[in-house]
Design a protein around this ligand. Structure first.
Ligand SMILES: Cc1cc2nc3c(=O)[nH]c(=O)nc-3n(C[C@H](O)[C@H](O)[C@H](O)COP(=O)(O)O)c2cc1C
Length: 344
C-alpha cells in the first residue's frame, strides 16, 4: 500500500494498540480484490496445500479473522489468523503492546485477547473459497481447567473454515502454556489433537527459547503424531541488547532483535529433522534477503508481523519479488528447490 508512508506517522502518534485497531479498521475498507501477480517460481506446495508465494502473515495481527481476505489481496501468500481460544477473553491489562522503534522491535503481552472461536468461525465462513490459504491458530483459555481439551475443541471447531490449523504452545503470555512443550505433556497434547478427525494439516508453533535437546525431542513427538509442519518461532522472553527504554517491559519480543535467535532455532530444527519435517521460518524477517536466508536454512514458507508495523503491508510483495530474483540468480526453477540449500 503506497499510502503507508503517509499513514505511519499518524499511526505512530497513537499508542501501539490503538494504532493496531486503527489499521485493522482501515484495512476493512480495502475491497477484497485479486492479489497482485507474482512470479510463478514462488508457487509452492507444502503439507498438501498450494501457496502462491511463500511469504505469509504471522498469527497475532488478525486475531479475530477480521481482514484475512484483505491481507491476501495485498500480496501475502497465506494468512494465519488467531490465536483464537474456545471462549472469548479480554487478555492482559493495558498497556500491553509496545513499539521499540529504535530497535525495529515489538514487545507484547497481549495474553490471547480474542472474541472466541465461534465469532472467528462465522467470519471465516464468509470468506471466498478461492481467496487463498488461511490458517487458524488455536490456543487455550487462561482459566481453562483442561488446556488440552481447549486445543482439541479448537481443532474440531475450526477445521471446516481453516486451510490448516496451528497448535500454539509457545506464547509466553499465558502462564504455564509453554509447559505444553515439555516431554509427556507434548505427547499427550499431540495425540489428543491428532485424534480429532480433522482432514486439515496440523502445524505446531514453538518458542525460540530452547534448551539443549529440545529440537530433537519436539521433532520426534511431531513425527510420531503425524504433525505436518513446525513453525519456528514465536516471540522470545530473552532480551538481546536493546537501545529502547521500553526494553524493560515484560512480554514476548519480536522484530529485528529476534532474527538471529529465530534463524538459529530454525537451523537446529532443520538438523534435528534431517529435512524430513516441513518448517516455517518466522522471527525478524524484514527483507527479501532475510526471507531467502531463512529458506536456504530450511524453511519451506516464511511469516512476518513486526516488520509490517514499520514498513506497512506492501512489504509482502516487496519480499516476494526480491525472493523470485534470488531464486533466479541462484539458478533454481522454483522456491521449493532452494529450501535447505545452504551449505551446513
Ligand atoms: C502484537 C503481537 C501479537 C502476537 N500474537 C500472537 C498470537 O496470538 N499467536 C501466535 O502464535 N503468535 C503471536 N505473535 C507472534 C508472531 O506470530 C511471530 O511469531 C513473532 O512476532 C515473530 O515474528 P516477527 O518478528 O516477524 O514479528 C504475536 C506477535 C506480536 C508482535
Amino acid at each position: 500500500m503506497h499510502l503507508y508512508p503517509l499513514f505511519r506517522p499518524l499511526a505512530f502518534t497513537l499508542d501501539a494498540e490503538r494504532a493496531h485497531r486503527a489499521t485493522i479498521a482501515a484495512l476493512k475498507w480495502v475491497p477484497p480484490h485479486r492479489a497482485p501477480d507474482l512470479p510463478a517460481s514462488l508457487r509452492t506446495r507444502v503439507a498438501g496445500l498450494d501457496f502462491p508465494s511463500p511469504v505469509g502473515l504471522a498469527a497475532g495481527f488478525d486475531k479475530d479473522a477480521e481482514v484475512p481476505e484483505q491481507m491476501l489481496s495485498l500480496g501475502f501468500g497465506f494468512v494465519e489468523v488467531g490465536t483464537v481460544t474456545p471462549r472469548p477473553q479480554a487478555g492482559n491489562p493495558k498497556p500491553r503492546l509496545f513499539r521499540l522503534a529504535r530497535d525495529r522491535a515489538v514487545i507484547n503481552r497481549m495474553g490471547f485477547n480474542n472474541a472466541g472461536q465461534p465469532a472467528a468461525y462465522q467470519r471465516l465462513l464468509q470468506c471466498r473459497s478461492d481467496a487463498g490459504p488461511i490458517g487458524v491458530n488455536v490456543g487455550a483459555n487462561k482459566d481453562s481447567a483442561d488446556r488440552i481439551a481447549d486445543y482439541v475443541s479448537g481443532v474440531r471447531a475450526m477445521s471446516q473454515v481453516a486451510s490448516y490449523l496451528t497448535i500454539n504452545i509457545s506464547s509466553p503470555n499465558t502462564p504455564g502454556l509453554r509447559g505444553l512443550q515439555d516431554e509427556g505433556a507434548l505427547d499427550d497434547l499431540l495425540a489428543a489433537v491428532r485424534d480429532v478427525k480433522s482432514n486439515r494439516p496440523l502445524f505446531l508453533k514453538v518458542a525460540p527459547d530452547l534448551a539443549p535437546g529440545d529440537p530433537e525431542r519436539i521433532v520426534k513427538a511431531a513425527v510420531d503424531h503425524g504433525i505436518d509442519a513446525i513453525i519456528v518461532a514465536n516471540t522470545t522472553v530473552s532480551r538481546p541488547a536493546l537501545t529502547s527504554k521500553l526494553a524493560v517491559e515484560a512480554g514476548g519480543l519480536s522484530g529485528a532483535p529476534l532474527k538471529p535467535l529465530a534463524l538459529d532455532a530454525l537451523r537446529q530444527f532443520r538438523s534435528a529433522s534431517g529435512g524430513e519435517m516441513p518448517l516455517i521460518g518466522v522471527g525478524g524477517i524484514a527483507s527479501a534477503d532475510d526471507a531467502w536466508e531463512r529458506i536456504r536454512a530450511g524453511a519451506s514458507l516464511v511469516q512476518l508481523y513486526s516488520a509490517m508495523v514499520y514498513e506497512g503491508p506492501g512489504i509482502a510483495v516487496r519480499i516476494a519479488r526480491g525472493l523470485a530474483q534470488h531464486v533466479k540468480r541462484a539458478g533454481f526453477a522454483s522456491i521449493g528447490e532452494s529450501v535447505g540449500s545452504e551449505k551446513p
